[in-house]
Ligand binder design. Structure first.
Ligand SMILES: [Zn+2]
Length: 66
């Protein structure tokens, strides 16, 4: 039984359409919103934007951004 949310990717590696392979991504804090922090993920090879994600507060115990 798994409950994976497909849209919930983490910043390890993503497939880059431009590089045509999985690449390491850079996670960049875009916005701090009341509902969470918005991050932008960019390819560490070509710099293309690969997506963004809203990290909700409290979703990541052990990781905190002040
Ligand atoms: Zn790339």
């Amino acid at each position: 039984m798994r409950e994976d949310h497909f849209g919930e990717f983490d910043a390890v590696s993503l497939f880059c359409p431009r590089c045509q392979r999985p690449v390491k991504v850079n996670k960049k804090l875009l916005l701090i919103l009341p509902g969470g922090d918005k991050y932008d993920y960019t390819c560490s090879v070509c710099g293309d934007s690969l997506g963004s994600k809203l990290d909700k507060d409290g979703g990541y115990p052990g990781v905190s951004f002040q």
